[in-house]
Write a protein that binds this ligand. Structure first.
Ligand code: HEC
Length: 125
């Protein structure tokens, strides 16, 4: 077998079955590595405390499984969630309803985004 160089998947997310990942199997699972305490930090029911802002569950539902046209966040890929939160903040995601998420995403730090994504990934879809 010849040697090949692979682009890193990401620093924090690794495919559980690399062969299936290479075959672009979209059911392949990933393990994401997050700093200790991220999952416990989760998403506060009272919103973002001193930072202010509404609680995620007030729109996304008590179990974060979505309400009406508001998407479910439960069990989603951590890298996807971090990306979307960053994109709302930067303006890269600017669809009609993105305006609702923009002020919320603007309040989040990198540490918040990682904690949110780690917590959401542990929720049952
Ligand atoms: C005021 C209502 C509201 C609140 C509060 C809210 N969201 Fe949202 N969220 C939305 C709407 C509406 C969308 C869909 C945006 C779109 O279509 O672009 C959305 C989309 C998202 C998405 C993208 C999901 C996808 O499927 O692409 C993420 C991630 C997200 N929200 C995370 C959060 C987090 C984390 C919080 C708490 C910090 C939060 N939201 C609080 C209304 C809200």
């Amino acid at each position: 077998m010849s040697k090949r160089a692979y682009a890193p998947l990401s620093k924090t997310s690794v495919a559980d079955d690399f062969e299936r990942f290479e075959l672009r199997d979209n059911r392949v699972t990933f393990t994401a590595y997050v700093p200790n305490g991220s999952i416990a930090r989760g998403i506060p029911d009272q919103g973002w405390g001193a930072e202010g802002g509404p609680a995620c569950v007030s729109c996304h539902g008590a179990e974060v499984r979505g309400v009406g046209s508001i998407p479910s966040l439960a069990g989603r890929s951590p890298s996807y969630i971090v990306r979307q939160l960053y994109d709302f903040h930067s303006g890269a995601r600017h669809g009609a309803n993105a305006a609702i998420m923009k002020p919320i995403a603007d309040r989040l730090t990198d540490v918040d985004r990682v904690a949110i994504a780690a917590y959401l990934a542990t929720r049952t879809p």
